[in-house]
Design a binder for this molecule. Structure first.
Ligand SMILES: [Zn+2]
Length: 256
């Protein structure tokens, strides 16, 4: 086929026909489709634009596409729905907790740790290996290879290995896929934030994060996850993302 590209698959490293792989899995984009326009928003560097489809790039062979789909993506759809809707499902429970300052968090239980941790890591890994200019600011360096091996061997490591922390929006707001420019340090560790609609994922990318306080919030081996609630009005990153989304051609009702 003319469209085939033969090169090294980024996951198994073998020379194969490469598929046009999604960087951000398609089901995450779904809330971004508007029923009127059937379009999807993509936020570029300060320049909102509209795309018909999620961005794809020749990255993986068919076997590795299947590997990610079957082992991580497909089984994560229900978990993702639970997070985005903030409601329990057949297998996942949700309860609200508050601290002394009345800060809210949702505690999820019943999440398949290995599946969901590797699903989350597969996103930041794809963002890191992508050549698209929008994703240039995320570069995992030597951790890219370590995470590749974890994904290939279905090894999620411990909760403190590349801890993944989830924040959720406390009020409904229409938010896009957004990756901020800066990569902040948390307790001295490198971290990356990726906002996927109303879910923000913090990745702590460090080889010595075992003692980090933030591990208390990471998705855990026992299937629990504490998602702190953020007000979109108070968090600059979310405000920026929402403002950018508002400047695009999205019907008003999507913001309500
Ligand atoms: Zn492959």
């Amino acid at each position: 086929m003319l469209n085939d590209m033969i090169s090294n698959c980024k996951l198994c490293l073998q020379i194969k026909n490469l598929r046009r792989s999604h960087i951000i899995p398609e089901f995450i984009y779904k809330p971004l489709y508007s029923s009127e326009h059937h379009k999807m928003i993509e936020i570029k560097e300060g320049l909102p634009g509209l795309l018909q489809k999620g961005y794809r790039e020749e990255l993986l062979c068919q076997d590795c596409e299947n590997h990610l789909n079957v082992n991580f993506e497909h089984p994560s759809v229900e978990i993702w729905k639970t997070l985005t809707s903030q409601k329990a499902s057949k297998t996942i429970t949700v309860r609200e907790v508050r601290d002394n300052q009345q800060n809210r968090a949702l505690v999820f239980n019943g999440i398949d740790y290995s599946t969901f941790k590797l699903f989350l890591l597969s996103i930041i890994w794809r963002v890191s290996i992508s050549r698209h200019s929008y994703f240039q600011k995320v570069n995992l360096g030597p951790h890219e290879e370590k995470i590749r091996q974890m994904l290939l061997s279905i090894n999620p490591g411990k909760h403190y290995d590349y801890p993944c922390i989830i924040n959720l929006l406390s009020e409904s707001a229409f938010t896009p896929i957004y990756i901020p420019k800066e990569s902040p340090r948390y307790e001295g560790h490198r971290s990356f934030r990726v906002l996927l609609t109303n879910v923000m994922i913090w990745y702590v990318i460090s080889s010595h994060s075992e003692q980090a306080d933030i591990n208390g919030l990471a998705i855990k081996e026992n299937g629990s996850l504490v998602a702190t609630m953020l007000s979109p009005k108070k968090v600059a990153l979310l405000r920026d993302a929402i403002d950018l989304a508002k400047n695009t051609d999205i019907p008003d009702y999507m913001f309500k």
